[in-house]
Design a protein around this ligand. Structure first.
Ligand SMILES: Nc1nc2c(ncn2[C@@H]2O[C@H](COP(=O)(O)OP(=O)(O)O)[C@@H](O)[C@H]2O)c(=O)[nH]1
Ligand SMILES: [Mg+2]
Length: 480
């Protein structure tokens, strides 16, 4: 009998099955090879496409064809892969997403509106060496969840009281571009008597106005990321729920707020915030965000280059803020059983197929600039981290053009917005932060591409860019 099997039998004999569920899950985690990979990214950063294509490649990794840098697969040690997502309450819609990418013409998945889970089992032959003593074969279970990126930015609210949140929001709305866009909202807030009795109707009306403001800030030309509460933008099951009748007070409050009556707008908002934090965010966090082992943070760097400095700064701040909601550190055996921590983090610049291959290195460097301070904090916890530009699904092919007798590297594909076939030189990715005048110029215009059709049969290395390096970094060492 293999060691894990023996341990499992021992666990059964010793009455482990009667232990509370939380401890049992902890012990089970220790016995089997199971990894929970956090797919972290703001909305439209490429989470759903990453999850779908990753799953698709892993499910064919026993054929060893599409991920050459993923050693266990390239060495032919993966002997079978299975999708166990149907066991979950909310399975990830893998077949629907893939069908969209295989359609003619193919289309990207729709925005994610709900949480869903995917669980893969990869059966593999152990590498020769010490671990063979544990048996020749083992199974690695990989758990991933997909969810709307908007919800991520709610996690930091778990640490904040209503007053603290309002203070943070006041500071945000004091700066451009928020200040200008929110001028009318600010004037409206100045006119409110926060101590006067308020009605449900008034609270709902104002919350709706705040939601419209968040939507405006999310859109081009502002394209901001740090927008809270996230469910005002993507309500999921809470559409039309009174739980979403809330907004921050972004004007200075009178001194005597502690005397506010329960039906005052101030108290109502305070209560609404606490209910949202405790009934919406906390269960989401506790059920899905506590126990990660590895993490990939997907970042759409090219969007910030297109949209400018304010978009860049806001995305950087949003990423720094939300990474504080995860636990990093080394995993001793006991910690792994009961309180696992993230012990490896990959920052990935997505959509690398929007630039030519000679710019991938620059994209790595630009990403590094963006996540520098986040990486520093993670390294302080002795956690391994690196940056990598990748494309989960390559939508372009390389082409060459001649200009003034010189060869120019170009991209060929179909535009996302109108399907037009184009060949273009997308320009260079800077390796330093652009100066103010460069941000504001038309220097960066990276075009979004429509997907190329995904074959129904096996995928090949040309269907992605460096996805295999990402898999090797995130999971490779677990196939021992
Ligand atoms: N060219 C290209 N575009 C991508 C890739 N991944 C994502 N995208 C684009 O980014 C959009 C958002 O991706 P999605 O996975 O839905 O983002 P999510 O909101 O983080 O789940 C898609 O509709 C595509 O336009 C990729 O690998 N290559
Ligand atoms: Mg999504």
């Amino acid at each position: 009998m293999s060691l894990p099997k023996r341990l499992r039998t021992l666990a059964r004999k010793s009455g482990l099955n009667t232990l509370p569920a939380q401890i049992r899950t902890g012990v089970e985690r220790g016995l089997e090879q199971r990894v929970k990979l956090a797919i972290t990214g703001l909305s439209r950063s490429g989470k759903t496409v990453f999850i779908s294509t990753l799953a698709r490649h892993l499910l064919q990794s026993d054929q060893g064809q599409s991920l050459p840098f993923f050693a266990a697969s390239a060495e032919g040690r993966i002997i079978g892969a299975r999708d166990l997502s149907q066991q979950s309450e909310r399975p990830f819609p893998l077949q629907t997403t893939l069908a969209g990418l295989q359609a003619s013409p193919p289309h990207w998945p729709a925005s994610t509106e709900q949480l869903s889970e995917i669980r893969l089992a990869l059966r593999y032959r152990r590498a020769p060496g010490l671990s063979r003593a544990l048996g020749e074969y083992s199974t690695l279970y990989v758990d991933l969840i997909d969810y709307p990126g908007e919800w991520l930015l709610d996690l930091p609210l778990l640490q904040l009281s209503f007053e603290q949140w309002c203070q943070q929001q006041q500071a945000l709305f004091a700066a451009e571009p928020r200040a200008q866009v929110a001028a009318e909202w600010l004037a409206r807030q100045h006119a409110i008597d926060w101590l006067a009795p308020a009605s449900d109707e008034q609270q709902a009306r104002l919350s709706e106005a705040f939601r419209a403001l968040l939507q405006q800030l999310r859109k081009s030309p502002h394209s901001l990321s740090l927008l809270q509460p996230g469910r005002l933008l993507m309500p999921g099951d809470l559409k039309d729920s009174p739980l979403l009748n809330l907004f921050p007070i972004i004007v200075p409050l009178p001194e005597n707020m502690d005397q506010a009556a329960t039906d005052s707008l101030y108290r109502r908002l305070q209560q609404a915030y606490e209910a949202y934090r405790d009934q919406v965010i906390r269960p989401f966090y506790e059920d899905h965000f506590r126990h990660f082992d590895r993490q990939i943070v997907l970042v759409d760097c090219l969007k910030t280059l297109n949209q400018g400095e304010a978009c860049f700064n806001d995305m950087q701040q949003a990423l720094n803020t939300l990474l504080h909601s995860f636990h990093y550190g080394r995993n001793g055996l006991l910690r792994r059983l009961f309180r696992p921590r993230i012990n490896r983090v990959l920052f990935a610049a997505t959509k690398a197929d929007h630039v030519t291959a000679n710019q991938h290195h620059n994209l790595d460097r630009f990403l590094q600039l963006m996540v520098e301070s986040a990486q520093r904090e993670i390294r302080f916890e002795q956690v391994d981290t690196r940056c990598l530009a990748l494309a989960s699904l390559r939508a372009t092919t390389a082409a060459e053009a001649r200009m003034d007798g010189q060869h120019l590297s170009c991209l060929h594909g179909h535009r996302k917005d109108n399907g037009e076939e184009i060949a273009l030189f997308p320009g260079e990715v800077p390796v330093e932060l652009p100066r103010a005048e460069d941000w504001n110029s038309d220097r960066f215009r990276f075009v979004d591409f429509a997907p190329r059709p995904l074959p129904a049969g096996p995928l090949r290395p040309e269907h992605h860019i460096r996805l295999d390096q990402a898999v090797e970094y995130l999971l490779g060492d677990l196939f021992r």
